[in-house]
Design a binder for this molecule. Sequence first.
Ligand code: ADP
Ligand code: MG
Length: 174
Amino acid sequence: MTQPIFMVGARGAGKTTVGSELAKVLGYKFVDTDLHLLRTSGLSVADIVEREGWEGFRRRETETLKAICSPLTVIATGGGVVLAQENRDFMREAGTVIYLRSPASTLANRLEDAPLEDQRPTLTGKPITEEMTEVLNEREALYQQAAHHVVDGTQDPADVVNAIMDALALPMAR
Ligand code: ADP
Ligand code: MG
């Protein structure tokens, strides 16, 4: 299997952490859509949202997803990538999609512990646990829809990587 692997999940799900470990284990390249956007445009997600709104950011995100899609690559996407049907369809067609699933409380704890690693602006301005609960309510079904494999993201990163390796060895679930 050489097709790209897309990591999806909310902020704090471990897409960057687990995705880069997975790439090492597989000998794949690792690309982060937000980082790619920053490198190619010179703008952070926060900059783009400030100038162009979330709508402008979403449009650039779809372009980026297509631009960085290549074989032998693990792609860490942004948390909201699944909002667009176009993105969900594209990822499912082009590669294997892994949903890193964790409850809102876990995501909120991680984001509180490492606020600087996450440079994305808050979506609602609400306390982080509330925001993550709302985000998951809105997106859980979309993450599930997009994913070929749903993996428990609450385990240690190395165990999450092992769970993904097991899932990848199975015939495609759907
Ligand atoms: P994402 O890219 O999905 O937003 P990150 O990989 O940046 O998430 O992880 C967010 C924070 O949570 C980081 O501080 C990271 O070290 C931590 N983290 C990620 N995955 C795990 C995990 N499986 N167990 C414990 N901490 C984790
Ligand atoms: Mg990330």
